[in-house]
Design a protein around this ligand. Structure first.
Ligand code: DX5
Ligand code: ZN
Length: 217
């Protein structure tokens, strides 16, 4: 398996103290940024200005999860804001191949995201365009929801489809020390966690607990 990556989701952080919140998760490899539009998902969050602030205040990879529709008109702004990775939903992109190419053309790493009800075959013909597949283990829109174990066979199938290609398999939603082990055993190598990290006072300990759980401890 590729090295495990932990991606704290700032959706559960205190935005009034964003720089300190980012410092508190400095042991994580990535920072996950949830962009929601009140249209594709029933919640409104943040845009390129906050991505730019995150970029200035972390050395971690900035992993931007776009839950917006349409997405194409905003790709350039998120790239200019300093996103290292831009992931887009299959369900929000009628011309997915073109959108993923556009992300790569902006010099950003493209990822593709599947909602819980979307089958793995939805990404079969774009796997050559991405280096990350993100499986939602909640219906997107809010932090703090319960993990849906029914997505685990989808992780197994995607891991098979990926084979030995250098594509990360990320899981997002309800990940905690109680669920991380099962997700990793099913094939995930990149764990997004919001409330399990920012909902605890000792973030380094929360990140370490996820690593231990992922390792089967
Ligand atoms: C949900 C977001 C998640 C969210 C995860 O739509 O995509 O990234 O922040 O939060 P937790 O870890 O609390 O489920
Ligand atoms: Zn997310």
């Amino acid at each position: 398996m590729a090295d495990l990556v932990i991606a704290p989701s700032i959706l559960s952080a205190d935005f009034g103290r964003l720089a300190e919140e980012l410092d508190s998760v400095a042991t994580a490899e990535w920072i996950h940024v949830d962009v929601m539009d009140g249209h594709f998902v029933p919640n409104l969050t943040i845009g390129p200005m906050i991505v730019e602030a995150v970029r200035r205040n972390t050395r971690a990879v900035v992993d931007v999860h776009l839950m917006i529709e349409p997405v194409d008109p905003y790709l350039e702004a998120f790239a200019a804001a300093g996103a290292d990775r831009l992931s887009v939903h299959v369900e929000a992109c009628p011309h997915l191949d073109r959108t993923l190419s556009a992300i790569a053309d902006l010099g950003v790493r493209p990822g593709v995201v599947l909602n819980p009800a979307t089958p793995p075959s939805a990404v079969e013909y774009v796997l050559h365009r991405v280096d990350l597949v993100l499986v939602m283990s909640v219906n997107p829109g809010f932090g703090g929801q319960s993990y849906i174990p029914a997505v685990e066979p989808k992780l197994v199938e995607l891991r098979r489809m990926i084979g030995d290609r250098p594509i990360r398999l990320e899981i997002d939603g309800g990940i905690s020390p109680a669920t991380a082990g099962a997700a990793v055993r099913a094939g995930a190598d990149t764990l997004v966690a919001g409330s399990a990290i920012f909902g605890t006072p000792d973030r380094a300990a929360a990140i370490a607990a996820l690593r231990t759980a992922a390792a089967g401890g």
